[in-house]
Design a protein around this ligand. Structure first.
Ligand code: TRP
Ligand code: SF4
Length: 328
């Protein structure tokens, strides 16, 4: 089986955007690939360095959601980046061969700096974010990286760094390939992109009552002011959710009823909620079971770090030799 590695920042409890954009794909890849999944706490520090007090709790929350979504610790290696210090060592060595101009050219670099107001992101660590990501991947000689469209520039850079490294020191690493997964557009309850920082997200393990409370007042196509006004589903964040929760046939019917003002938005949301509860409910229950036993989550992460560490240590021995460093 080919090996894959993917990472996710510990942002806290995951929302439906995280689930349908990444996690659900990862769950489906188990069995077809040897899977490594890394909670990238050092990447979180590249922008949250001033107040890092939530990073450790957030790692536990993300791990619980991964397990609740169906990542199976028997089949997938689930671990925290900082528990395998070889990520930092490889990051350092890759930084030797990475021209600063390559990093400044990454489109997300200047964008994120401008987007995230009130944080000084003119740091060495933030500039090096993609170098750390490259290290995450090639440390395991992963051939494929399941990511969404948004990560393509980072992956392209990882391939370039790998090529340059291999050029100097011999062909140690395979060039990692993106395993592109469809990233459905999921707008949040207010119609903007679903994001934790906008406070408009629906959690993957949302409580049943909160799910109703969030969906019922959700923004819809503004054209449907009255029950008799027809709407356009493509312009409605509720319909984004139908696209991931409602079967094709029923979804076509919903779209038709919207366009013909055949039903009201509350009816439409009711149909959606009937489909969301049976998906979210079991994930919430599994999450609650894991959260009731944090020591079991810790055990999974320790076992994951142990298995990841074995691979990582073997790679680093090879890397140090290839670069001509003195063996101790
Ligand atoms: N940059 C990725 C993101 O924001 C997270 C990440 C870090 C990652 N290391 C990785 C993804 C390695 C894939 C592989 O989503
Ligand atoms: Fe959105 Fe449904 Fe209302 Fe159409 S009927 S605008 S899809 S909530």
């Amino acid at each position: 089986m080919k090996r894959i590695l993917s990472g996710m920042q510990p942002t806290g409890q995951l929302h439906l955007g995280n689930y349908f954009g990444a996690l659900k794909n990862w769950v489906g890849l188990q069995g077809s690939y040897e899977c490594f999944h890394c909670i990238v706490d050092w990447h979180a520090l590249t922008s949250a360095y001033e107040d890092s007090s939530r990073v450790s709790d957030n790692c536990m929350l993300v791990a619980a959601d991964w397990l609740a979504a169906g990542l199976d610790p028997q089949r997938s290696v689930i671990f925290v980046q900082s528990h395998v210090p070889e990520h930092a060592e490889l990051h350092l060595l890759l930084s030797m061969v990475t021209p600063v101009s390559w990093l400044e050219r990454v489109p997300t670099y200047k964008e994120k700096q401008q987007e995230i107001q009130g944080k000084d992101l003119s740091t060495y660590g933030f500039l090096g974010y993609p170098v750390l990501q490259a290290a995450d991947i090639i440390l395991y000689k992963a051939e494929c990286v399941p990511v969404g469209e948004d990560q393509v520039p980072h992956l392209e850079l990882a391939r370039e760094i790998t090529r340059r490294f291999n050029g100097f020191y011999g062909k140690i690493f395979p060039e990692p390939q993106a395993l592109l997964s469809a990233m459905p557009r999921l707008r949040g309850t207010d119609g903007r992109k679903m994001s934790k920082s906008y406070n408009n997200s629906i959690l993957m393990a949302e409580a049943a009552a909160d799910l109703d409370k969030k969906v019922r007042p959700m923004m819809t196509d503004p054209r449907r002011k009255r029950r008799t006004d027809p709407g356009e589903p493509e312009d409605c964040p509720v319909f984004d959710l139908h696209k991931v929760f409602t079967q094709d046939e029923k979804r076509s019917e919903v779209a038709h009823l919207c366009r013909t003002a055949g039903f009201g938005c509350l009816d439409c949301k009711k149909i959606l909620l009937d489909r969301m509860h049976p998906v979210i409910g079991p994930m919430r229950e599994r999450r609650e079971e894991w959260m009731a036993h944090p020591e079991r989550i810790k055990e999974v992460l320790r076992d994951g770090a142990q298995r990841a560490g074995q691979v990582a240590r073997a790679t680093m021995t090879e890397v140090r030799d290839a670069m001509g460093l003195l063996r101790p």
